[in-house]
Write a protein that binds this ligand. Structure first.
Ligand SMILES: [Zn+2]
Length: 184
């Protein structure tokens, strides 16, 4: 199957993915806590307090949840489904494995929270899915951005305007992705 057909298939699975995300967030919401409540003092030196207040985190002892895309007609994502991830973000909530509760990982997932807010649900999923299909996980643009800013966070080179930088870079990625999608 070529990438455009796969993208089309991914597009038609979006309602199912959204439904699964809502169900998953609802199920875990009793265990979600606002990021501001955690004792990670460096986050607030680079990200605004209102973001840390709205963003929620769920610490998980089993595998972090990932949409069962193969059951939604997308067997191409089986490998990704089975990956042991340290964390994953859905809208304003992220899940982190109890084995990886570092401030650095929380920062990485917060980059995704800003990306979700900037793009909205459908466009985030489209951009993320298109990036995965085109480049694979590590090099997909939204991940690459998160890993690169995370490296900046780790080395202490980020400033207080990091959220704006994420928004700008997310807009750039969307402009690129929407050109691929419009060639369908
Ligand atoms: Zn990530």
């Amino acid at each position: 199957m070529n990438q455009l057909d796969l993208m089309r298939k991914f597009h038609s699975a979006l309602p199912l993915v959204c439904e699964w995300i809502d169900k998953t967030l609802k199920e875990h919401s009793p265990n979600a806590t606002s990021v501001i409540n955690l004792s990670f003092p460096r986050l607030s030196t680079v990200l605004p307090l209102d973001l840390l207040t709205r963003a929620r985190v769920v610490v998980i002892t089993e595998k972090v949840p990932f949409p069962p895309l193969s059951q939604m007609g997308l067997p191409e994502f089986t490998e990704m489904e089975n990956m042991m991830m340290a964390g994953i973000t859905f809208k304003d909530t992220f899940f982190v494995s109890h084995l990886h509760q570092t401030e650095s990982l929380h920062f990485h997932e917060l980059v995704h929270v800003v990306q979700w807010e900037r793009l909205g649900i459908d466009n985030f999923l489209l951009a993320y899915g298109a990036g995965l299909m085109q480049f694979g996980y590590q090099d997909s643009p939204l991940e690459k951005m998160a890993y690169s800013l995370q490296a900046g966070f780790d080395s202490g080179s980020l400033s207080m305007n990091t959220a704006e930088i994420i928004q700008q870079q997310t807009d750039d990625i969307w402009n690129m992705v929407s050109t691929w999608i419009s060639t369908r």
